[in-house]
Design a protein around this ligand. Structure first.
Ligand code: CMC
Length: 433
């Protein structure tokens, strides 16, 4: 790198070298601007985007070495302990924390738009009862495009704002109803008098024959989990939302695309996989076997809830959620929860093991979230839908940020072609003779 912050690309075949600008970030590393390469017919190769910034964004920042996550400049710890999910949604969307008046107005509006169009019942009813709730969420969220055709005006800021509000308001209802549907229970309508997390727990757990009182400490724990999952820079699902949205697609279809990406076990599906793994381990005595399996590549088994592409020290969300797990288990008098004990012991053993130390594999956000969910009476199949519900805040903020950028372009990666050379077409009757 030269002094004036450019990087020089030289070629061994004698072609003239190319100067590429280095761009500053407000926090963290500079990035090499490789855009001038396209005009020269040169492309970069980076499967999995390990070294490629796909966009400029002012929403979230992660420093993986320091275990730092911040949204709009506020650390995740400050937001998790001092704020609430509605404020964080506002912050992600509008860039600043709301004043008391703005917060009241925003929360009121989100609360008062949580009902689904009555005909959306039919969309749910088209699914098999045995479907995974994520399958329902993806289908129903995509189908919302049919109910709000005006949302197609994605280059109009006001239209984007209305879509953002609709999504934040209605996705909890979609998630809770997906659960009710798979249980064969009647849908419970949202209650405007309840807070965001409280309302979600109510819609999941209440039935028409029995009212359900939400314990404030549990609603607060869920609200904190929503905050921890609200946004996370350019992860797989957020990048999916951006790529889908870059063509001008309707926001509901883009969110459904994000949910599809999130569902995979290497991403948002990991929390469900952690709980299955803890159940499979069953006893602290069996932990060493599972650690050995995770270290043996031939088994294809990974310790779920461990490791992260960016965090190489610790995942700050995992620390908050471990503490939240303690609080919730204390409140419910579940200190002896066997899975929590297995999780704590698994974490202890793995963190002392050379394999995990050398590869910098630490517990991630999914490691403890399942335990909190289970204590809240939420079944494993709903873990990823809840992640999707919370991440909708980040997806919609990132989608809107992308479309508000005057330099916006459709996303269109290049490739390194490794197929056959051009060849002559042979008619079917002449093939193989
Ligand atoms: N257990 C055992 N070995 C692991 C694990 C694990 N959980 N994670 C990574 N490794 C090994 C991996 O085998 C590889 O070894 P080697 O260098 O010898 O080939 C090395 O560590 C690097 O792994 P990688 O797959 O190249 O790293 P990545 O950055 O591509 O993957 C990850 C990150 C999160 C997909 C991966 O750590 C993983 O599969 N973890 C388990 C699934 C999980 O908990 N996912 C939730 C992520 S956090 C929430 C979210 O993003 O949604």
């Amino acid at each position: 790198m030269s002094d004036n912050n450019t990087v020089t690309l030289t070629f061994s075949d004698g072609r003239p070298s190319i100067e590429l600008p280095m761009l500053d970030s407000t926090l963290g590393k500079q990035v090499v601007d490789v855009r001038p390469l396209a005009a020269q017919g040169i492309y970069t190769l980076d499967p999995g985007f390990t070294a490629t910034a796909s966009c400029e964004s002012s929403i979230s920042y992660i420093d993986g070495e320091q275990g730092l996550l911040s949204h709009r400049g506020y650390t995740i710890e400050d937001l998790a302990y001092k704020s609430d999910f509605m404020e964080v949604c506002y912050l992600l969307l509008y860039g600043e924390l709301p004043t008391a008046e703005q917060k009241q107005h925003f929360s009121y509006m989100i609360n008062h738009h949580s009902m689904l169009h009555d005909q959306m019942d039919n969309v749910f009813r088209g699914f098999r009862r045995s479907a995974h709730p994520m399958a329902l969420m993806i289908g129903v969220t995509g189908a919302m495009s049919a109910f709000y055709p005006e949302a197609q005006e994605v280059f109009d800021p006001r239209s984007r704002e209305i879509s953002a509000h609709r999504l934040l308001a209605k996705i909890p209802t979609v998630a809770a109803w997906a659960y009710k549907y798979t249980r064969g229970e009647p849908f419970m309508y949202p209650q405007n008098k309840l807070g965001y997390a409280e309302n979600f727990l109510y819609m999941m757990h209440a039935t028409p024959c029995e009212s359900y009182e939400v314990k404030p400490v549990l609603a607060r724990a869920l609200d904190r989990i929503f905050i921890l999952h609200a946004d996370h820079e350019q992860n797989a699902s957020t990048s999916t939302v951006r790529l889908a949205g870059s063509s001008g697609a309707t926001p509901f279809a883009c969110m459904a695309a994000g949910m599809a990406s999130l569902w995979g076990p290497l991403h948002g599906g990991a929390n469900e996989a952690v709980l299955k793994m803890l159940e499979e381990i069953g006893d602290v005595k069996r932990i060493p076997d599972f650690i050995a399996r995770a270290k043996d590549k031939s088994t294809g088994f990974r310790l779920m809830g461990f490791g992260h592409r960016i965090y190489k020290n610790f995942d700050p969300r995992a620390n908050v959620i471990r503490e939240t797990a303690h609080e919730v288990l204390d409140e419910l008098d579940m200190h002896d929860d066997p899975q929590f004990r297995i999780a704590l012991e698994l974490e202890r053993i793995a963190l002392e093991d050379d394999y995990f130390i050398q590869k910098k594999l630490y517990p991630n956000v999914d490691f403890y979230s399942g335990i909190v969910f289970r204590a809240l009476g939420i079944p494993a199949a709903m873990f990823t839908p809840i992640f999707a519900l919370a991440r909708t805040a980040g997806w919609v903020a990132q989608w809107s940020e992308m479309l508000s950028d005057p330099a916006h372009k459709i996303g269109r990666p290049r490739q390194r072609y490794t197929g056959p050379q051009l060849r002559e077409f042979v008619p079917v009757e002449k093939r193989g003779v």
